[in-house]
Design a protein around this ligand. Structure first.
Ligand SMILES: *Cc1c(COP(=O)(O)O)cnc(C)c1O
Length: 468
């Protein structure tokens, strides 16, 4: 399997190089040169598989021989072995036609564990084969950092350093990062904002000698392998509900569009997905696009579902590329116009094609709390604010065909956002057993000034400690 850039001007690469590269050299995102497709008989043959084995089968055509099949299967099993639910991704029925796909039983209680636990192991494997090591750096406002740290802890070939704004992440989020005291993990609390942290990461990447010396890398949401790993849970839920012999719809709380793009890919591979419902909070750039072809930047406003507080959905570029007939030049031109004007000029025909499949839904904070309360009253179910938006979106967009069930993707454990859940229901959800002692564990992090040289010295220290 070979990968091409959505902007058409970067080298064509194989899976392992795409994994390590993340972003393409021309600023585009890598996509498969040809989408693998499965016949109905192929899908039926996957029905009885356990979650890790299904993931290995879904990934195999994308990996395309870059990793031996038995190794890939082992890495998938190891990635999901630490999940706190025997089914890995349990499907819970909430209403007659509405199901929640719980993707929050991983080590950090959010769906990003699904892709990142695998990504950390794929990185480690490919780097070991090449005799290389890398230093992963990233900035977090809370959620992604802990999932990335947990995925990279104790991996031989990786060091990871995550910057968070000092005093500005919740205590649960900070502790999920800072109580990981593995030698290859560095946590830096920057005296500044999340934007300052992001600027520091960008500045480290822009410092070419430092970048080379540290072999800097990232595991952000534009990495193709993350999208590929997420295709598996769409297949898992659809097969459980009768696909390929029954159509299924999905409702997805969305930020960077990575998640829902994986749903699109599952459909592209042949799963009968009737629609994809895109849930947003008040930061509704995607809903505005689907409603009225208005993809225009607006200031990010904080909400109860912070992992969906985004301005630009970076993975949207992959869908745009497909909508534009896989024309890299047109995609590059559209992205350039978006950057310059703050408004993406999507041709009408392409927008219509998107709007026929993706259904927009938005919910503000007040309505999100009401939905959490409603779900609890109706069935005793406790949903976090992100998941509640997905479930509300599912209920609002039931397909006319009564034979089509809707799966709402539940992306975070309610205990990850206890204040919102308590406000809505009066119940403060408890942390699951594997994190119950989180508040008693020792923390390790370094507070640092918002200063590039100081941060680079700390990153170097972590990388050297691991290499020693
Ligand atoms: C990241 C995240 C999302 C959004 O996922 P995208 O891939 O960015 O669309 C939704 N819910 C939770 C809890 C998340 O952590």
């Amino acid at each position: 399997m070979r990968y091409i850039s959505t902007r058409g001007a970067a080298p064509v690469l194989g899976f392992a190089d795409v994994l390590l590269a993340g972003l393409a050299e021309d600023g585009g995102l890598y996509v498969p040169e040809i989408w693998p497709t499965l016949s109905p008989a192929d899908w039926r043959a996957l029905r009885g598989l356990a979650y890790p084995d299904l993931t290995a089968c879904i990934l195999a055509p994308f990996v395309g021989g870059a990793i031996a099949e038995a190794t890939l299967a082992r890495l998938c099993r190891e990635a999901y072995a630490g999940f706190a639910h025997a089914a890995v991704a349990p499907l819970v029925q909430l209403e007659h036609r509405v199901f929640a796909l719980e993707l929050f039983h991983g080590p950090t209680l959010a769906f990003k564990d699904f892709a990142l636990q695998l990504l950390g192991r794929l990185f480690d494997h490919v780097l070991a084969e090449r005799g290389e090591r890398v230093t992963i750096v990233g900035a977090t406002s809370g959620d992604t950092g802990s999932a990335a740290i947990d995925a990279c802890r104790d991996r031989d070939r990786l060091s990871i350093v995550i910057l968070h704004p000092h005093g500005r992440v919740s205590e649960v989020q900070r502790r999920q990062m800072t109580t990981v005291t593995s030698g290859n993990v560095g946590n830096i609390a920057v005296e500044g904002s999340f934007d300052d942290c992001q600027d520091l990461v960008k500045a480290m990447f822009a410092d070419a000698p430092f970048r080379r010396e540290m072999r800097l890398s990232a595991v952000n949401s534009i990495n193709w392998a993350r999208v590929a790993a997420q295709i598996a849970y769409y297949a898992w839920a659809a097969l459980a509900l009768g696909a390929p012999d029954r159509r299924v719809a999905f409702a997805v709380p969305t930020g960077n569009f990575g998640h829902v793009l994986a749903g699109w890919a599952a459909r592209r591979m042949g799963l009968p997905i009737e629609r994809l419902i895109v849930g947003t909070n008040r930061n509704d750039i995607l809903a505005r696009f689907l409603d009225a072809n208005d993809m225009s930047l607006a200031a990010v406003e904080p909400s109860l579902s912070p992992s969906m507080d985004i301005q630009v959905s970076s993975n949207f570029e992959r869908l745009l590329f497909e909508l534009l007939g896989r024309d890299g030049r047109a995609t590059a031109e559209t992205m350039r116009a978006f950057r310059e004007s703050g408004r993406m000029p999507v041709p009408d025909a392409a927008w219509r094609e998107a709007a026929a499949l993706f259904h927009p839904y938005r919910l503000d904070d007040e309505a999100t709390l009401a939905e959490i309360a409603r779900l609890h009253d109706a069935s005793g179910y406790l949903a976090d604010p992100h998941s509640a938006i997905g479930i509300a979106a599912a209920c609002a967009h039931l397909p006319d065909d009564a034979g089509v069930p809707v799966v709402a993707v539940a992306t975070a454990h309610p205990a990850k956002f206890p204040e919102a859940v308590k406000r809505a229901t009066g119940i403060r959800p408890a942390l699951p057993a594997h994190l119950a002692d989180l508040f008693d564990r020792p923390e390790r992090f370094t507070v640092a000034r918002n200063d590039l040289a100081a941060i680079e010295a700390l990153v170097r220290g972590t990388a050297l400690r691991n290499a020693a």
